[in-house]
Design a protein around this ligand. Structure first.
Ligand SMILES: NC(=O)c1ccc[n+]([C@@H]2O[C@H](COP(=O)([O-])OP(=O)(O)OC[C@H]3O[C@@H](n4cnc5c(N)ncnc54)[C@H](OP(=O)(O)O)[C@@H]3O)[C@@H](O)[C@H]2O)c1
Length: 134
């Protein structure tokens, strides 16, 4: 994982944070995405000191339909290339379908499906060119 950069969504806590630490502990650089930018900044400081890796953080709400494009464009502009994409961020709405809140469900669909698919679509071409995906 040395010199490989993993982009992990939902990296401010839970499984995403554990995956980020695992990658960093093996010498891999990171791009971390979540809404809580303060938490991400703390993680960046800790991992950069502890593991001597580079960590780039982006505060972004992935339930916003333009978010995937904005992330991709920011990384291109900063010349940060991504080797691995871990689409971890997500949540579930529970309850009787007739009674659950549509706005919450729309956020869930945008996060779990639209942004996940768009991020994959945007990054996969670069990964094929870099030999990470065939
Ligand atoms: N834990 C389980 O037993 C389990 C079971 C099945 C599936 N999963 C799936 O596995 C993934 C991780 O689970 P987890 O338990 O680690 O979840 P979690 O503890 O709730 O963490 C979710 C992460 O996603 C981020 N996130 C949530 N909404 C977001 C949004 N709109 N935009 C950007 N980031 C967002 C959160 O950060 P912010 O709040 O800072 O944005 C957080 O970093 C999820 O997709 C979950 O659905 C988990």
């Amino acid at each position: 994982m040395m010199n490989k950069t993993a982009l992990i969504t939902g990296a401010s806590g839970g499984i995403g944070l554990d995956l980020a630490e695992l990658h960093a502990s093996k010498g891999g650089d990171l791009v971390l995405i979540a809404r809580s930018i303060e938490k991400l900044e703390e993680i960046k400081t800790k991992f950069e000191q502890q593991y001597k890796v580079r960590v780039h953080v982006i505060g972004k709400d992935l339930s916003e339909p333009r978010s995937a494009r904005e992330i991709y464009d920011e990384l291109k502009e900063k010349r940060i290339s991504v080797d691995y994409l871990i689409n971890n961020a997500g949540f579930g709405v529970f309850g009787m379908f007739a009674e659950t809140d549509w706005e919450k469900e729309l956020q869930m669909i945008n996060l779990n499906i639209t942004s996940l698919t768009h991020l994959t679509k945007l990054f996969i071409g670069d990964m094929i060119r870099n030999g990470e995906v065939r």
